[in-house]
Ligand binder design. Structure first.
Ligand code: FMN
Length: 409
C-alpha cells in the first residue's frame, strides 16, 4: 500500500514508498485538537473569553498550595495523586487552566519550605494525559541547560499528549541556589531575556519549518535541526511569561500571549493599575495584545469572620525563616535586616498574590472590580485547593456567567 493512502490501521502492514507523503499523512492524522461544543480549541476559547480562570497546582510541600510559608498545613501532601485529583476537580468545576511552579530549591526554615516539589515538566505530562478539557501549562526553566531542540520536541509531544491543550510558562530562572545545581552561575550582567528571546525564536522556527534548519545564535547553535511532530496547535501553543523587570515586560509583550503579573503590595490598586498600564502600553508598542493574568491568594471563606480567623491562624504560625529567605530572594541579596511584620505578612499570605479576603460575596465583588481594572484572568493560589475549587465552581462561576464574563465571543 502506498503511503498516500490512509494506512494507519495497527493491523494492516504497509510499505512506505514516498517519505514526504508519509510524513505529511502522519502530521495530518495526529494533529487533531480537542475542541469544545462550539468547535473551538481550548486556546481559541482562552483568547475569546473575557475572563479566564486558572489554578496553581499544589506540587510543593509548603503551606496551602506551596505559597504560604507557615507551619500550619492543610490536609494533603504534594503527591502526584493529589495533583491529579485537584486538576480533575478544577476541570469538573469549569476552570480553564492549571499549572505548577518549577522549583529546584526551596526556601528552608522550620518547614523546609518547598524543598520538596514535583518536577513541573514530568508532572504536567502526567496531567496532560489524565485530563480531558482543561489547559495544562508547564512552567519551564529555559536557561538551566535546555537546548531549543529539547523544548521544541518535548513541547510538541506534550501538546500531542493533551490533544492540543498544552501551553508553556517560560521562566528564565534567577535563584543562585537553583542555578548552581546545574554547574552554572548567576551573573547579574547576563542578558537573561536576550537569551530567552533567542531561545523562543529558535523553538518557534523549529515548530514552523518542515525542513531541517541550522540554528546560528549568540547563545545557541545547532546543525540540521528538524522537529517532527509539530505541536497540534498552530502556529504555537499558548506562551506565558512572568517577568516583571523592564526586560521581562519587553520579552513578554513581544513574544508571549499572556503575562503573569504580581498582585501588588498590600492589595494596592493604584500600583496594580500602573502595572496593567505598563504591560498594555508595551504590548501596543510591540503591535500586540496580550492577556494579563493575576495570581490571587484564596483566603476568603463563607463569612468575613472565618476569613479573618484563617488569616490570623496562618500568620500566627508564620515560618519566619522561610518567609525571610523568600523576601531576601526577592530583594536580590541576603541582608541582615529583620523584615517588618508588614513585609512578613505580605509573604506569608500567598507570596506575590493579590490577597482575596472576606466572605465569598465580598471576594466575588473584589474579583469583578479587578477584572474591570484590566485583569483578563485569575489564577487562584489556594489555601485548600479541593475546598476552594468548590467555592469557585458553585459560587463564583454562576455570577461570572450571569455577567457575560465566561461567554466565548
Ligand atoms: C505568578 C508567577 C509565577 C512564577 N512562577 C515561577 C516559577 O515557578 N519558577 C521560577 O523560577 N520563577 C517563577 N516566577 C518568577 C518570574 O519568572 C520572574 O523571574 C520574576 O517575576 C522576576 O521578574 P524578572 O525575571 O523580569 O526579573 C513567577 C512569577 C510570577 C509572578
Amino acid at each position: 500500500m502506498s503511503a498516500s493512502a490512509s494506512s494507519f490501521s495497527p493491523t494492516v502492514e504497509h510499505v512506505v514508498t514516498d517519505g514526504e507523503a508519509y510524513v505529511r499523512e502522519l502530521t495530518a492524522e495526529l494533529a487533531k485538537a480537542n475542541r469544545g461544543p462550539d468547535g473551538l480549541s481550548s486556546r481559541e476559547q482562552f483568547d475569546r473569553r473575557p475572563l479566564n480562570l486558572g489554578l496553581f497546582l499544589p506540587s510543593m510541600n509548603g503551606g496551602g498550595a506551596g505559597n504560604y510559608p507557615t507551619r500550619l498545613m492543610t490536609g494533603k501532601h504534594a503527591t502526584f495523586e493529589y495533583n491529579v485529583e485537584v486538576a480533575k476537580a478544577a476541570e469538573a468545576a469549569g476552570l480553564d487552566f492549571v499549572f505548577p511552579a518549577a522549583r529546584w530549591a526551596g526556601d528552608g526554615g522550620t518547614t523546609r519550605f518547598n524543598d520538596y516539589s514535583l518536577e513541573a515538566i514530568t508532572l504536567t505530562a502526567g496531567l496532560a494525559a489524565l485530563t480531558e478539557r482543561i489547559m495544562v501549562l508547564t512552567t519551564w526553566h529555559i536557561l538551566y541547560g535546555f537546548h531549543p531542540v529539547h523544548v521544541a520536541k518535548m513541547g510538541a509531544t506534550l501538546d500531542h499528549m493533551s490533544g492540543g491543550r498544552w501551553g508553556m510558562n517560560l521562566v528564565a530562572g534567577r535563584k543562585q541556589k537553583e542555578i548552581q545545581q546545574f554547574g552554572r552561575a548567576l551573573d547579574s550582567s547576563q542578558d537573561r531575556y536576550g537569551m530567552m528571546r533567542e531561545f523562543i525564536t529558535m523553538v518557534q522556527d523549529l515548530w514552523a519549518s518542515d525542513e531541517p534548519i541550522d540554528l546560528e545564535g549568540e547563545y545557541f547553535t545547532g546543525r540540521q535541526c528538524l522537529t517532527l511532530p509539530k505541536p497540534v496547535q498552530r502556529p504555537n501553543p499558548l506562551l506565558v511569561n512572568a517577568g516583571q523587570s523592564a526586560a521581562g515586560v519587553e520579552f513578554t509583550t513581544k513574544f508571549c500571549d499572556a503575562a503573569f503579573i504580581h498582585g501588588g503590595r498590600d492589595n494596592d490598586l493604584d500600583e496594580l493599575a500602573d502595572v496593567i498600564q505598563t504591560f498594555r502600553t508595551k504590548a501596543k508598542e510591540n503591535g500586540r495584545e496580550i492577556k494579563l493574568v493575576l495570581p490571587v491568594a484564596f483566603l476568603c471563606r463563607s463569612t468575613e469572620a472565618e476569613s479573618n480567623d484563617l488569616r490570623r491562624r496562618i500568620l500566627d504560625a508564620v515560618d519566619t525563616e522561610a518567609a525571610t529567605n523568600i523576601l531576601q530572594g526577592y530583594q536580590g541579596s541576603r541582608s541582615d535586616t529583620v523584615p517588618t511584620r508588614g513585609q512578613l505578612e505580605t509573604i506569608v499570605l500567598g507570596i506575590g498574590g493579590y490577597k482575596l479576603y472576606g466572605s465569598h460575596d465580598q471576594a466575588l465583588e473584589e474579583l469583578v472590580k479587578l477584572h474591570r481594572l484590566g485583569i483578563d484572568a485569575f489564577h487562584f493560589v489556594c489555601w485548600n485547593p479541593l475546598n476552594d475549587i468548590d467555592v469557585i465552581g458553585e459560587h463564583f462561576m454562576p455570577e461570572f456567567e450571569r455577567l457575560g464574563l465566561r461567554t466565548v465571543r
